[in-house]
Design a protein around this ligand. Structure first.
Ligand code: SF4
Length: 247
C-alpha cells in the first residue's frame, strides 16, 4: 500500500509527477495517438467521430470514409445519408455526420480548405471542443497548447493524484489546468498519450493492476482501488442478503 501523503506539498507533488513522467517514458517511449490518420484533416474528423466510441471502431470506419471523401471539399459536398451510413458504427451517427460536414464546410469557407492551427480557430468549427482541438494541435501540428483529458487521463490523473482542484475524474477543465501547471509544456501531448496507454494496459477503470504497476511507488492509490472494489462487492452481497431475509 502507498505511503504517499494525501497532503503533500506542491513541490513534493511536482517532484513525484516528474518521476511518474520518467516512469511513463520508460514504459511507453513511443506512446502516440491511436487514431489512424494521414493529415490534420483526417485526424480532426477521426477525433470528432471517436466521441463515445472506440479507436478500433473509428480505425475501421475512416479508411472507407476518406477513400470516398478525403478532403474538406469532398466531405462537405457528399450526400448526408451516405455519410451517415459510412459512419453508422461510430454511434450518434446523425449528429456526427452533421458535425463533420459542418466542420468540412467551415474549413472550406473560412480557412481556404486547410485545418486552422490555433485552438481559438479550431473551437469555432462545428463539433470541435477544446479536447478535440488539443488532439489536433498536439498530434497533427506538434504544438503543445494543452493536455487532452479523456476518460483515461481523467481517471489516471486522479488516481495518481496529479490533480487536486477536483476529485471528479470527469472534470476535464480543472484536471487539464492542474496538469498544465504541474507538467512542463513540452510534455503535454506525450503525457496524454502515455496515460491513455497506461489506462488501457494496466490501470483500467474496473481493474487497476497495482501489483504489476511500475508507477505504484509514486501512486497514492496503490492497492486502494482494489480495496474499494472489494468493499463495493461486499456491500452489494450484504444488500442482497438483506433483501433475501426481508422477502
Ligand atoms: S495501477 Fe494502481 S498503482 Fe498503478 S497507477 Fe493505477 S492505481 Fe496507481
Amino acid at each position: 500500500m502507498s505511503k504517499i501523503s494525501t497532503n503533500e506539498s506542491d513541490s513534493d507533488r511536482k517532484k513525484r509527477t516528474g518521476l511518474i513522467l520518467k516512469g511513463l517514458q520508460k514504459l511507453y517511449p513511443d506512446a502516440n495517438c491511436a487514431l489512424h490518420h494521414k493529415s490534420p484533416f483526417q485526424l480532426l474528423i477521426a477525433t470528432i467521430l471517436s466521441a463515445q466510441s472506440t479507436d478500433e471502431t473509428i480505425n475501421k470506419i475512416t479508411p472507407v470514409l476518406f477513400a470516398k471523401h478525403g478532403t474538406p471539399k469532398a466531405l462537405a459536398a457528399a450526400p448526408r445519408e451516405e455519410i451517415e451510413e459510412l459512419i453508422h458504427a461510430s454511434g450518434f451517427f446523425r449528429q456526427k455526420a452533421k458535425s463533420i460536414q459542418g466542420t468540412s464546410q467551415a474549413i472550406v469557407d473560412n480557412y481556404g480548405g486547410k485545418v486552422p492551427e490555433t485552438i481559438e480557430d479550431l473551437i469555432t468549427l462545428p463539433g470541435v471542443a477544446r479536447k478535440t482541438a488539443n488532439v489536433v494541435m498536439g498530434t497533427a501540428f506538434g504544438k503543445n497548447e494543452g493536455v487532452v483529458v479523456d476518460t483515461h487521463v481523467g481517471r489516471l490523473a486522479t488516481r495518481l493524484a496529479m490533480t487536486w482542484r477536483s476529485k471528479d475524474t470527469k472534470d476535464a477543465v480543472k484536471i487539464e489546468r492542474d496538469l498544465m501547471e504541474i507538467v512542463p509544456q513540452k510534455h503535454w501531448t506525450y503525457l496524454s498519450h502515455a496515460l491513455i496507454f497506461h489506462g488501457r494496459q494496466v490501470c483500467a477503470a474496473r481493474k487497476a493492476d497495482c501489483e504489476n504497476c511500475s508507477l505504484a511507488k509514486w501512486c497514492p492509490s496503490d492497492g486502494i482501488v482494489e480495496i474499494v472494489k472489494s468493499k463495493t462487492k461486499k456491500n452489494a452481497s450484504h444488500k442482497k442478503n438483506k433483501k433475501r431475509k426481508s422477502s
